[in-house]
Ligand binder design. Sequence first.
Ligand SMILES: [Zn+2]
Length: 316
Amino acid sequence: MRIGIDLGGTKIEGLALADDGRELARHRVPAPRGSYDDTIRAVVDLVDRLERSAFAAHPTAASADRTRNRIGIGIPGAISPATGLVKNANSTWLNGRTLDRDLARALERPVRVANDANCFALSEATDGAAAGAAVVFGVIIGTGTGGGLVVNGRVVAGANAIAGEWGHNPLPAPEDDERPGPSCYCGRSGCIETFLSGPALARDYAAHGGDEVPAIEVASRADAGEPAALACLDRYERRFARAIASVINVVDPDVIVLGGGLSNLRRLYDRVPALWAAHVFSDRVDTRLLPARHGASSGVRGAAWLWAPGTLLALQ
Ligand SMILES: [Zn+2]
């Protein structure tokens, strides 16, 4: 049995999969915000609960021998290859901690830990929207703009464990009113994330005469034909096309898969590819832009896949 854990900022989701990929159990608990020790305890409790309910419901598919269950964990950051400590987590109480070792000790078995966007990309590349594609770039556009890269079914983590982190590049070819751009929590200004996250879209709408409403409301107002919301989504799509074109120029993915709340904006899948051609160094662009097949479950599914043979290329 494979167990995947998606360690989010507000919730921790857990999934138990049989070796053939069948779902055996799934649970979700609130994340203990701000406390590292409580986070470790919550993961241990969740794994315990998943193992009990999987075995109770599917005694033939789940093993009673807990040491045979493999545990993969997606985190909103990365384990630094240089120090072994968590970095880049917006759940800041995880940063600077030996999370993988502490979890392995608490769970009394080895664990694999990977960035949550890498888990998302792995899930969609394995049996999701990008199944069978050689080079897959996964993007989560929600509270942030995470990214992950999977090549030939394997996660590419990178020398600094930041492969795919396009969101903290500067927005390419900024227009006059996009310079220097909003300041970002990473310490720079004008990062892609400060234009393309959900809160960024909402802020842009308000800054151009709209109400202060969440991104999802801006989207439904655009569907209803409100001019200010339509103009906001036009700006968003032009920015998205410029930003993702720079990814296409570097890794040339077969498929770009979108997850997160803003991936539900159906118009992105036609409009962004129509706009990105102007910024890609190619006479034609055959890259496909697709919504995630597993939706919000992709993070936890990908975490469970971390133990599948051959899924890791450079994961420490
Ligand atoms: Zn940034």
